[in-house]
Design a binder for this molecule. Structure first.
Ligand code: ADP
Ligand code: ZN
Length: 210
């Protein structure tokens, strides 16, 4: 397997699980959310185009995201395999992915209840520099406001507020559930119960990909 796709609602733990898999299996994690947030921070043309969509919880237009993923996949550093976190999120993106790179892949669908996901998102903190994920309740940074990994600033993401979270769930149900359904019917999709602690969920995922 060369590509592992992580599917799941906002707050399902895709990013956290992707980080753990990257650490243990030496797969590169590719997070379109991180790529877009970096573009916004660097104030690139793409970042300026993406910003208002992201802040409101809408999807960034397919064209823009597909082109960013194409550039990322063509950089030539992914021979050891890679994890996709947050892509594909629409059927057009899924189609584009198989055109950019048709390769052996697995997909894991991390299932959580909306209530648990929303609770996590509203208490989540994120490193603005490296994207590392923290949580006020379950995994605070060792020094308040400072990333354990890179000393970057740890803060609330601008779309982790109630209104944007509600919108992200709506978009997920309308645009991304059909993609997951497509993988379920046409390709292999493994399901994991994503409720409970990150350590427990990760044990299950490790069992599936080892
Ligand atoms: P989450 O999965 O918790 O919503 P992400 O960091 O994956 O967090 O995504 C945050 C936002 O970035 C999305 O709400 C959307 O605006 C944008 N985004 C990320 N990935 C994509 C994508 N594949 N297509 C369109 N927009 C995306
Ligand atoms: Zn960091």
């Amino acid at each position: 397997m060369k590509r592992l796709i992580l599917f799941g609602a906002p707050g399902s733990g895709k990013g956290t699980m992707g980080d753990l898999i990257q650490r243990d299996f030496h797969f590169q994690k590719i997070s379109t959310g991180d790529i877009l947030r970096n573009a916004i921070q660097q104030d690139t043309t793409e970042g300026r185009q993406a910003r208002s969509f992201m802040e409101s919880g809408a999807l960034v237009p397919d064209e823009l995201v597909i082109e960013m993923v194409r550039l990322r996949l063509n950089r030539g550093d992914l021979d050891g395999g890679y994890i996709m976190d947050g892509y594909p999120r629409t059927l057009a993106q899924a189609e584009a992915l198989s055109l950019i790179s048709a390769t052996s892949e697995k997909a894991i669908f991390i299932e959580v209840t909306e209530a648990e996901a929303v609770e996590r998102l509203l208490s989540r903190l994120t490193c603005s520099a490296c994207g590392a994920i923290y949580n006020l309740a379950t995994k605070p940074p060792k020094k308040a406001g400072i990333c354990d990994l890179c000393q970057g600033r740890v803060e609330k993401r601008s779309d982790d507020n109630e209104e944007a979270v509600r919108q992200r769930f709506r978009v997920y149900a309308e645009r991304t559930l059909p993609v997951i359904d497509f993988y379920d019917r046409k390709k292999t999709l493994m399901r994991v119960d994503g409720g409970g602690s990150a350590a427990r969920v990760y044990e299950k995922i490790r069992g599936l990909i080892a």
